[in-house]
Design a protein around this ligand. Structure first.
Ligand code: SF4
Length: 229
């Protein structure tokens, strides 16, 4: 039974943020995607256009996880379709990986933003730890169903969600790590496979030296490519 979520912002005090009650008891990715479209596990669904669930082959050998959908993704309902996603596909290609064969998703499935002071622009806001924790059961189930050989974690926020608050992308990027256990579903259940962290493609777009940042992303992804040869 789904938990009630208060209607008005500010009514959240004491609310237990958790997507778990919305997860289907059984079924594959299509059932999971349908269920996620109705998730009210935290207040982020209220202002976003729609749930942006993962996309890609159900048995992909490579899975990539970012922070949350952006403005374009929110409108189109697909992950990584904006400028950062286009850059990511170019980087995958240069690393010898096929973006069409990868499963792409985010730690948080709704776009969190604040309206720009003027105009209609929506400014990205980082999800809180509470929102990331609430949303994690979706990712845990995706990870279990897809069971990739390599999970590439894009950026600090996704890294912290999967590896804990001490994660530093600058220190741990480009190195193959064991897959962590994800709470939120089957406690203590670690998926098989390996994890590799790198920067988020949006950080490459923001970098002063974009060329060097892009080369760094490609170098990290090339490590993942060696596992999938
Ligand atoms: S962000 Fe995640 S937990 Fe929150 S409403 Fe959306 S799908 Fe549910």
């Amino acid at each position: 039974m789904a938990k009630a979520v208060p209607d008005a912002p500010g009514d959240d005090a004491g609310q237990h943020y958790d997507a778990t009650p919305y997860l289907p008891a059984r079924g594959g990715l299509p059932a999971l995607r349908r269920a996620a479209s109705a998730c009210r596990g935290c207040p982020l669904f209220r202002d976003a256009t729609q749930t942006v669930f993962g996309r890609g082959p159900a048995r992909a050998r490579l899975m990539l996880v970012g922070e949350q959908p952006g403005d374009r993704e929110d409108v189109q309902g697909e992950p990584f379709v904006g400028p950062a996603g286009q850059l990511l596909r170019r980087a995958l290609d240069e690393a010898g990986l096929d973006g069409e064969e990868a499963y792409l998703t985010n730690v948080v499935k709704h776009f969190k933003f604040t309206p720009a002071p003027r105009g209609k622009r929506r400014i990205h806001q980082a999800p809180s730890l509470r929102e990331m924790t609430a949303c994690r059961p979706w990712l845990a189930r995706e990870l279990r169903l897809v069971a990739p050989e390599v999970l590439v974690v894009l950026g600090a926020t996704a890294g912290k969600a999967l590896l804990g608050p001490s994660f530093r992308v600058g220190e741990q990027r480009g190195v193959l790590l064991p897959m962590p256990a994800l709470d939120g579903e089957e406690p203590g259940t670690a998926a098989a496979g390996q994890l590799l962290a790198t920067v988020h493609p949006s950080a490459v777009l923001r970098a002063d030296d974009r060329e060097a940042a892009f080369a760094g992303l490609v170098a990290d992804l090339s490590v993942a490519a060696t596992v999938l040869e």
